[in-house]
Design a protein around this ligand. Sequence first.
Ligand SMILES: Nc1ncnc2c1ncn2[C@@H]1O[C@H](COP(=O)(O)OP(=O)(O)O)[C@@H](O)[C@H]1O
Ligand SMILES: [Mg+2]
Length: 365
Amino acid sequence: MAKLELKNLNKTYSPKVIPVKDVSLTVDNHEFLTLLGPSGCGKSTVLRMIAGLEEPTQGQIKIGDVDVTYKRPSDRNIAMVFQSYALYPHMTVYENLASGLKLKKVPSADIKRRVAEVSEVLGLGELMNRKPGQMSGGQRQRVAVGRALVRNADVYLLDEPLSNLDALLRERVRADLKQIFAAQKVPVVYVTHDQTEAMTLSTKVALLNDGYVQQLDPPERIYNHPANLFVAGFVGSPQMNLLTLPCQGKSALLGNFQVRLPDIPTVPPQIVLGIRPEDVRIAQPEDTQTIRGRVFLVENLGMHNLVSVRVEGSQTGGITLRALLATDQNWNGEDITLALPPEDIHWFDVQSGHAVAKRQMVGKV
Ligand SMILES: Nc1ncnc2c1ncn2[C@@H]1O[C@H](COP(=O)(O)OP(=O)(O)O)[C@@H](O)[C@H]1O
Ligand SMILES: [Mg+2]
C-alpha cells in the first residue's frame, strides 16, 4: 500500500474565506494521522480535498507515486466515513456491506469472502440479517466503518465518525477503531475536534488552527513539547496554566516568588510560563522552586481535585494557579505551598507565542 502526501495545499473560497493554508504532511501506510482543531479550522476541507470532493486552489496530493490532485473521487480508491453515516435503511447489514462491491461488479464469491472478513474484524457476525433500524448507534457506526473497509482502499478518511455517539459508546467504538486500523496497514486520516480521540488513536497529530498546521508530531510530543501557545492551550484537560509574567534578572516573577528562567540569549521584559495542573505538586522539603497561596476553589473530578490557588503577592485580581491534587484532603480556604518542578515548565514568547528553549514550531501561529 502507498503513502499519502500533501504538498503546500491551499483552499480559497473567497479573499476572506481561506480555510486551508499551506498544509504539507505525509501519512505512511502504517500511520494513523489525526487532523485535530477547533470547529471551522479547515479539517473537513483538507479531508474533502484528499477525497476529491473539493479541488485545491494550490498544492498537490499524491498517493504513492501518483499525483491525484485533479483526479475524480472514483479514480482515487479512497474510502471515507462521515459523521452522519449513511446506511441504506431497507437493506440488511450484509447488503449494506456488499452494495458498494456489487456496484463495482466484483464477482459474488469475492464479495462474500470480503464481507465475511470485514464482519469478522468488526464483530458484526450475528447482526448480518438485521436492518439499520434494529441496531444501536454503535452497531450502525461499525457497519458504516465496515462499508469503508470492504473496499480495500489505498487510503481511509474518517470525518468525526464518533460525534453522534454517547460518551460511553464513543469510548468503546474508539477502542475498536484503534484495533481495526492498526491491523490494516494503510494510511488513515481521521478528523476530530476531540483531543482525547486524537491522543488515543493517532500515531501522528496535525493540530490545525485557522487553516494552518500549528504542530505535526506524535501525540506524546504534542503533549510534552507544545510548539506554541495555541497548542499548549488546546491540548490537555484541565487546561495548562498559562501565565504572563514580568522578568527580573534571570527569573520570572510569579507574585512574591521567583521562577528561574531557561537559558535564553536575551531576557525579555515579559514571558509566558506554562505548567499543567497535573505537574503542580504539594511542595516537599527538597523542592527548590515553590509558591504559596490561598485555595479559593476545589472542584472534584472524581480521580482528583482540581484546586484553584490565588498566588501570594500577586496584584489585585491576582494570579490563579490550578493544581490537580489527591482527593484525600480538601484544601478549600487554606494556605498551600506548591512545587513547580523546573523540568515541567514550558516557556513561551509573549509576542510570537512560540515555545522558548524547547523546540522550533512547525507552521505558523
Ligand atoms: N463551500 C464553502 N464555501 C465557503 N466557505 C466554506 C465552504 N466550506 C467550508 N467553508 C468555510 O471554511 C472554513 C473551514 O471549514 P471546515 O473545513 O468545514 O472546518 P472544520 O471541519 O475544521 O470544522 C469554515 O469557516 C467554513 O465556513
Ligand atoms: Mg468538519
